[in-house]
Design a protein around this ligand. Structure first.
Ligand SMILES: Nc1ncnc2c1ncn2[C@@H]1O[C@H](COP(=O)(O)OP(=O)(O)OP(=O)(O)O)[C@@H](O)[C@H]1O
Ligand SMILES: [Mg+2]
Length: 482
């Protein structure tokens, strides 16, 4: 048992015999080695316990042996037993990490008993730490987030530290980089995992409804409020609230959110009674929130409250090595779902995938692979099938669909409009054109509304309004939009 074994490495047989008797009487299991080589062999053989080491050995010096022991079993405590003449050496040894040193003399046994007890306590602690560490390594690894990118892995490693704490985490990253996946993983790993995980999409809910969605309302708060309803904050009590697209939160709600984060209380809409909640907040944004702070559209104090622990997920184009791994993962999933015998990609198909910029990141790759699996005829997805799939995703002759590339395009807006409407007959009513542009943008962005809204440089709320069929004349830009 590691809690009680002692190895004495000393060639002075009388002392060894004496210590053996006394320590055995104290309940320890004691064995001995009379040379450095013999001692080292025992340690290399898996000895886990306390080592009592003589400073002078027939075949080596205690100090040299200590260095070797550290190489094999760095966490084992070593106590040097030393004659008065070699105290300096022993002091040097403790400087290098030995647990203690004890001079041979009249009070040897008394001092030894104390040192041995302390050493075993430390050993127990380090054993405990070791098991905790392995448990943490197993539980804390974000298994569902597949990545072979060393940079991404390093980012995930830092997240291990916060799963069990209640600090707010702000996950920044482009659309489809896996922000929600990470938020769910943090929740699932942490102490709140038995509590609820509640998500609110701050961009997906009309501004007028958002407050009552988040904080609930009292009966009679507004027409139609026939009974009290709790909001997502209360629903998340004891668990995690995921605020998706937090950058879209209107100013008035930013203030209310700040208060919950500071004081853990709020009032339901139409209510006066404070409601207190225990909720961990994880938020996500695909905007540069700090830039929003500088522009004055996002409260600085709230930003710092939300981003106690900030994480930035890398876009897929900055980790192309993840493309084959993810592609294979999605292929397996959708082949199973579709009941198809597709097992992989031909090498040129995979190379084509890796060359894609994927502005919609992992979600776009996932959609693409899903379509390719549906199209696939053989056991491998071919280059032609990938090309066909890409065609339906976005036109390859166009530059990658990002606001940056849209801004950098060489054709002027007038030229682009002229190409789309060569003559008077081709003109259509403006609301139809607008609806078509919108539909096309969402299609080009593989259904990703935030990406489409960024490409069109309108807020998501505006885009949702347009989708509901209201014309541009009515779009009065509200607080959170750019
Ligand atoms: N590393 C990954 N491993 C496996 N699946 C992933 C990974 N990253 C993302 N996905 C998958 O890709 C899809 C998009 O991920 P997610 O919804 O988490 O992205 P997001 O950053 O929240 O996107 P958006 O900003 O558009 O809301 C999901 O189906 C998710 O499961
Ligand atoms: Mg998301």
């Amino acid at each position: 048992m590691p809690g009680s074994e002692i190895l004495i490495i000393d060639d002075y047989q009388q002392l060894v015999q004496f210590l053996k008797e006394r320590l055995t009487a104290e309940g320890y299991e004691v064995r001995s080695a009379s040379t450095g080589a013999e001692g080292l062999a025992a340690i290399a053989g898996g000895f886990r316990g306390l080592i009592l080491l003589d400073v002078r050995l027939p075949d080596t010096s205690g100090l040299d042996l200590f260095e070797q022991v550290k190489g094999i079993a760095p966490d084992l405590p070593v106590i040097f037993i030393t004659a008065h003449a070699t105290v300096d050496l022993a002091v040097e040894a403790t400087k290098r990490g030995a647990f203690d040193f004890i001079a041979k003399g009249s009070d040897l046994l008394k001092r030894l008993n104390v040192a041995v007890k302390n050493a075993f306590e430390r050993l127990a602690l380090s054993e405990q730490l070791k098991t905790l560490q392995t448990q943490l390594d197993e539980a804390g690894r974000f298994n569902e987030f597949l990545t072979v990118s060393p940079r991404m892995q390093a980012i995930l490693k830092t997240l291990d530290a916060v799963v069990n704490s209640g600090v707010t985490v702000l996950i920044e990253g482009e659309s489809g980089t896996g922000k929600e996946l990470i938020a769910r993983a943090i929740h699932a790993r942490g102490t709140r995992k038995r509590g609820p995980f509640v998500a609110v999409n701050c961009a997906g809910i009309p501004e007028t409804l958002l407050e009552s969605e988040m904080f609930g309302y009292e009966k009679g708060a507004f027409t139609g409020a026939t009974a009290r309803r709790i909001g997502r904050f209360e629903a998340a009590h004891g668990g995690t609230l995921f605020l998706d697209e937090v950058g879209e939160l209107p100013k008035a709600l930013q203030a209310k959110l700040l208060r919950v984060l500071q004081d853990h209380v709020f009032e339901r809409v139409g209510g006066t009674e404070p409601v207190s909640v225990d909720v961990r907040v994880i938020s996500a944004t695909n905007r540069d929130l700090l830039a929003e702070v500088r522009r004055g559209t996002f409260r600085e104090d709230l930003f710092y409250r939300l981003s106690v622990f900030p994480v930035r997920l890398l876009p897929l184009r900055e980790r192309p090595e993840d493309i084959p791994v993810l592609a294979q993962h999605f292929l397996r999933r959708y082949a199973r779902e579709e009941g198809k015998q597709v097992a992989g990609f031909t090498p040129d198909a995979l190379a084509a995938l890796m060359a894609q910029p994927f502005p919609g990141n992992v979600r776009e790759l996932e959609n693409l692979v899903r379509h390719a699996v549906i199209l696939a005829r053989g056991r491998q997805v071919t280059m032609a099938e990938i090309r066909n799939t890409m065609g339906s995703h976005r036109i390859q002759t166009e530059p990658a669909f990002t606001p940056a590339s849209a801004a950098g395009t060489s054709r002027t807006l007038a030229e682009r409009v002229a190409a789309a409407f060569p003559d008077l007959d081709s003109l259509a009513p403006f609301h139809e054109v607008q609806a078509e542009v919108l539909r096309r943008a969402v299609e080009l962005a593989s259904g990703n509304v935030s990406l489409a809204s960024r490409a069109l440089q309108v807020g998501r709320a505006t885009l949702y309004r347009w989708q509901k069929g209201r014309g541009p004349a009515e779009t009065s830009d509200s607080g959170g939009e750019s």
